[in-house]
Design a protein around this ligand. Structure first.
Ligand SMILES: [Zn+2]
Length: 292
């Protein structure tokens, strides 16, 4: 069964205790099923679950069955259209439940987040949005094939709606799959992030090795201070260790920022050899400071 089907199965057996709520739900079931504005009580729905609930409520609230006299129909419609229908918060919930049963659907949270109620008229759609707004749920609206579709796309708002209409089991299912999805996403994000960092370290090390080899080949190497030569040697011997580990291999050990500083100097010298002026300037300065 679809997730939507499960939600409706659950809602079908939720019967409000108060008569006012039962009437509110009846009204929504009636007005959100098919072409709904004539004075017929019969529901235009293919959904057997919805039909069963409608007649259960009809029997409970008015103690009447399918075959009604005109007088009884009038009595029922007077109640369904009554001015106090949607005054209480409990009745608003019941009404939204009825509307969802009659015209709503919600997609499987494993696949996507989407809940909608398809309305025949703009007035009905506005009414649903207004009711949802009273529970701080902001729904959107779109016209699709001459129908006014009220919909939600945000996981948290769908959870709130399931809560309002009393689909508590479905709500837990929804939350579980949402938590699993979030966990999978955060694990994926971390893996991607770690892979990116490893990539960065490898790229930096390859560049450093190239720079050091260039400096060594140029003959400048033997004129460099001991601090730079030792880090150059260490990097060539250990191309894959982190800067921190590289510093620990030196005698005496050097901190990460010290290692970084020395490797950057080597890279500047290499840039100088390649013809970059900044690096050249650095090298000349070092030499001019050399007493030899
Ligand atoms: Zn009520």
């Amino acid at each position: 069964m679809s997730f939507s089907g499960k939600v409706k199965e659950e809602l079908a057996v939720v019967i409000s205790h108060s008569r006012h709520c039962q009437i509110a739900e009846l009204a929504a079931l009636r007005f959100y099923s098919g072409e709904a504005d004539d004075r017929e009580l019969a529901l235009q729905t293919e959904n057997e679950t919805v039909r069963r609930k409608y007649f259960t409520l009809l029997k409970k609230t008015f103690n009447i069955d399918n075959a009604l006299s005109d007088g009884e129909k009038e009595q029922v419609f007077a109640a369904l259209l009554g001015p106090s229908l949607l005054q209480k918060s409990c009745c608003k919930r019941a009404y939204l439940r009825g509307a969802f049963l009659a015209a709503g659907s919600v997609s499987d949270p494993e696949k996507s987040y989407h809940l909608e109620i398809v309305c025949q008229t703009e007035k009905r759609a506005d009414e649903i949005r207004e009711l949802l707004r009273s529970f701080e749920i902001e729904a959107k609206q779109v016209v699709r094939k001459n129908h006014y579709v009220v919909y939600l796309k945000e996981g948290s708002q769908i959870v709130d709606t399931l809560n309002v209409i009393g689909a508590h089991l479905a709500l837990m299912d929804f939350e579980n799959s949402r938590i699993l999805k979030d966990m999978r996403n955060s694990v994926n994000r971390r893996v991607n992030c770690e892979t990116a960092n490893i990539g960065k370290t490898v790229t930096a090390s390859v560049k450093q090795t190239e720079d050091i080899e260039l400096v060594m080949k140029s003959g400048i190497y033997k004129e460099l201070p001991e601090t730079l030569r030792s880090i150059a040697d260490a990097r060539l011997k250990h191309p894959n260790v982190s800067l921190k580990e590289l510093g620990e291999l030196l005698d005496p050990p050097v901190g990460k920022s010290g290692v970084n500083h020395r490797l950057r100097k080597l890279s500047e010298i290499a840039e100088g050899i390649r013809g970059n002026r900044t690096g050249g300037a650095y090298y000349d300065e070092e030499r001019s400071g050399d007493p030899a």
